[in-house]
Design a protein around this ligand. Structure first.
Ligand code: GLN
Ligand code: ZN
Length: 761
């Protein structure tokens, strides 16, 4: 029998119950016991729901109070010394200290989970790292499910991926070796956990090894063999399913198929070509878990097509060896479509969130087991929805398509090259040397959020809300004037989120009311859904920027989110290449940029913080991506006159390896995160002469710490060892939205002071 299975269910809860529980615990208004009870309630309801849907393999240990990589760090006791952990079971305080930092103890680093918008806490190792079992969470949660009568498939992050996702402590010399050398020390803990799971009655265990879709060193394949030879010997009753997702295993597939496993899971949404390879060489002892339902996007599955693949697998392997699954954990999609009554009914009929995907999985298994006829009505209904999407006028705008096709190479170029633009911009904008500016947003205080919520729920009239925003903008402008910033901004108080704001205003894009997806810890985002051809029905931002400019004689910078970032932080249509969608968004933004120019703005900033994270997981695919991503940015930016200055901004991650692509954006000025890494980025500029102007962030806005003027001056002088004085701007690392006014006042005043010191020589 083909089994319907799941790889992971969203943890946050249909109403973000986990967020509430966490934040009230952190605020001290609830106890650890209450938090634990809230977690348990979510887990149990998620298991029941999956059981009711008819799933046969239901995951446990997919829940987490913060992050599953952090859970693994707790499980194996890899707690860095600074957390002062005493060696027993990791307690909640230590756990959250690692996640969020504690008095003067910095948190673990956080970074993106593969190419998703989920962030994990990076494991931190030291040479000679010791491991020991320090959390029984996997076994506890398995038992917890047993206690409510549900047999689950426990899920662990596999040891090879765990090590590959970690890094050495900053000051720990590792002589160029990889953390993989810690494998032998790590494995006994995994053996212990698997032994406990076997004793508790588990049979199938899901071992996630997503790192196998990356370019891993050859040593990783040896590590894999060493690890799974050991782990599969722990207990004859355990059946290890090695799960991979987010891409093709390529050269790692053969290594996986040679392991003593009970089965392997492949992401056939991202890598459909894997199916034939696997069917041709799957060992007779292996089951195959087919990742057929897209865990990364919100579209309904094309069941006819998918069933054909499933039937093909059953014909080759027999139904006993086939599992049907989502491509990856459902962590990356919203929980339930049922609450989205505000969506247009036709669009809604095309969508599938986590709960709908569970139904699809059950349907697929049933069709494979009992024949398509047994679910004919459901198949028909879905086929109709699918056809309606394919045929819908709503997804296609002839005007947009015509325009996108007519894009010429000239449209990607400014009239003149930067050296000619520069004097014209200087003439138009008399700025001091080392000009100061910010990245765009100013504190989004509880009052701002309250006013927005009141407006959305109809408790505040539009005109009242507008007055509120005007007052907020005025306060922001006055603040910047007083502090002496050279280029000012309106502060972005009207935007909840830099992508959602544009999503709400563009044709072809829908937003949800509760389509929350976990970003990190208790933080969630509601990614917009790009379902059709994108265009701009009316100006998106001009009004507030213009209002800001009416209040001041200083240059106001118009603020836009770039095409790649809008794409990257949305659910994107899957019926055309991403590059095509990016081009349409770019054209809409191009109009906005030109409109701002016509309204008199001399500076526009087009943020692309997500440019880097859009990089494909495999290096040999980078160039193709960067080519269209850079073009999309240029298409948005290049329609302005020479004397108009285009800025861009980037943060999150390392930029050293894409610095030439960043230069190809041909922005007049780029502001980029640098203070957190102590200007590590400068190494790249030492090797590569960045041609245009650049602001390296001197104020780490992720920290509540107010940096001293001396410290900021030191960073700037460090930058001047590599950059020329004419190139350098002075700005924070990123927007100030999450900070309070008081710290912003102190930090930004200091920043302006540091720039003044530089001007004195
Ligand atoms: N302009 C945005 C802001 O200041 C940029 C945010 C970002 O880079 N993530 O908030
Ligand atoms: Zn930023």
């Amino acid at each position: 029998m083909v089994l319907a299975t799941n790889l992971g269910y969203p943890r946050i809860g249909p109403k973000r119950e986990l967020k509430r529980a966490l934040e009230s615990f952190w605020a001290g208004t609830s106890t650890a016991l209450e938090l634990e009870a809230a977690g348990r309630e979510l887990r149990v309801s998620h298991w029941r729901l999956q059981q009711e849907c008819g799933l046969q393999h239901i995951p446990s240990n997919d829940f987490s109070l913060y992050d599953h990589v952090l859970d693994t760090t707790a499980m194996v006791g890899a707690i860095p010394d600074r957390f002062g952990w005493d060696g027993a079971q990791v307690d909640v305080a230590t756990y959250f200290a690692m996640a969020r930092g504690a008095a003067a103890v910095p948190a673990l680093e956080m970074t993106k989970w593969f190419d998703t918008n989920y962030h994990y806490m990076v494991p931190e190792f030291e040479p000679g790292q010791r491991f020991r079992l320090a959390s029984t969470k996997p076994v506890d949660e398995y038992q917890e499910a047993q206690d409510v009568g549900i047999h689950t498939r426990p899920k662990l992050l596999g040891p090879v991926s765990y090590l590959l996702l970690g890094k050495w402590r900053h000051d720990a010399p590792a002589d160029g070796r990889e953390p993989l050398i810690l494998l032998d020390a790590l494995l006994p803990v995994y053996e212990e956990v698997l032994g406990q799971l076997a004793d508790a009655g588990a049979d199938w265990v899901q071992m996630d090894e997503p790192a196998l879709v990356l370019d891993v060193p050859a040593a990783a394949r040896d590590a894999l063999t060493a690890a799974y030879t050991k782990l599969s010997a722990v207990s004859p009753r355990l059946r290890l399913l090695l799960t991979t997702y987010f891409g093709d295993l390529r050269e790692n597939l053969d290594a996986v198929l040679a392991l003593p496993l009970a089965g392997v899971h492949l992401d056939l949404v991202r890598a459909p070509q894997l199916l034939e390879r696997a069917l041709a060489s799957l060992p007779a002892s292996f089951a195959l878990s087919l990742g057929l339902v897209d865990g990364r996007n919100v579209w309904r599955t094309d069941l006819d097509r998918t069933l054909t693949l499933l039937e093909r697998a059953v014909a080759t392997l027999g139904s006993e060896r086939v599992l049907v699954a989502p491509s990856c954990s459902l962590l990356h999609v919203p929980v339930d479509l049922a609450g989205e009554s505000g969506l247009d009914p036709e669009l809604r009929s095309w969508l599938s969130f986590a709960n709908q995907k569970l139904e699809e999985l059950a349907l697929l298994a049933r069709a494979a087991n009992e024949g398509r006829g047994s679910v004919a009505a459901a198949l028909r209904e879905r086929r109709e929805a699918h056809d309606s999407r394919r045929r819908s006028e709503r997804t296609r705008s002839p005007a947009v398509r015509e325009r996108a096709e007519a894009v010429t190479a000239e449209m990607l170029f400014r009239t003149s090259a930067y050296p000619q633009r520069r004097p014209q911009q200087r003439a138009r904008l008399p700025l001091p040397s080392f000009p100061t500016t910010t990245i765009g947003s100013f504190p989004q205080t509880p009052e701002v959020r309250r006013a927005r919520a009141q407006f959305r729920s109809g408790r505040l009239e539009a005109s009242q809300y507008d007055r509120f925003l005007e007052a907020e903008i005025e306060r922001t402008i006055r603040f910047q004037e007083e502090i002496g910033l050279d280029v000012v901004v309106h502060g972005e108080c009207e935007r909840t989120d830099m992508v959602e704001y544009f999503g709400e205003r563009l044709n072809g894009v829908a937003v949800t009311t509760a389509g929350w997806v976990q970003s990190y810890g208790s933080r969630c985002a509601r990614p917009p859904i790009i379902f059709g051809d994108v265009s701009r029905p009316e100006p998106l931002t001009v009004r507030w920027s213009r209002y800001a400019q009416s209040l001041t004689s200083r240059p106001v910078k118009g603020m836009l989110t770039g095409p790649v970032t809008i794409l990257q932080w949305s659910f994107v249509r899957d019926d055309q290449p991403r590059s095509e969608t990016a081009r349409q968004i770019a054209l809409a933004l191009r109009d906005e940029v030109q409109e701002l120019e016509a309204a008199g703005f001399a500076i526009m900033q087009i943020d692309e913080p997500a440019l880097r994270e859009g990089l494909p997981l495999r290096r040999d695919e980078w160039d193709a991506y960067l080519a269209w991503a850079v073009d999309a940015f240029r298409l948005a930016a290049a329609g302005v006159r020479d004397e108009t200055q285009i800025h861009t901004h980037m943060c999150y991650g390392e930029f050293n390896d894409i610095i030439d692509a960043i230069a190809r954006l041909d922005a007049d000025v780029i502001s980029i995160e640098a203070s957190r890494s102590q200007m590590e980025l400068l190494d790249a500029f030492a090797r590569f002469r960045y041609p245009n102007e650049i602001g390296l962030g001197v104020y780490d806005i992720h920290s509540p710490q107010v940096p001293s003027v001396d410290e900021m001056e030191r960073l700037l002088r460090k930058a001047l060892t590599v950059l020329s004085p004419e190139q350098l701007w002075v700005n924070p690392d990123c927007g100030l939205k999450t900070r309070g006014w008081e710290e912003v006042q102190a930090s930004v005043t200091g920043m302006v002071e540091a720039a003044k010191r530089l001007r004195k020589g």
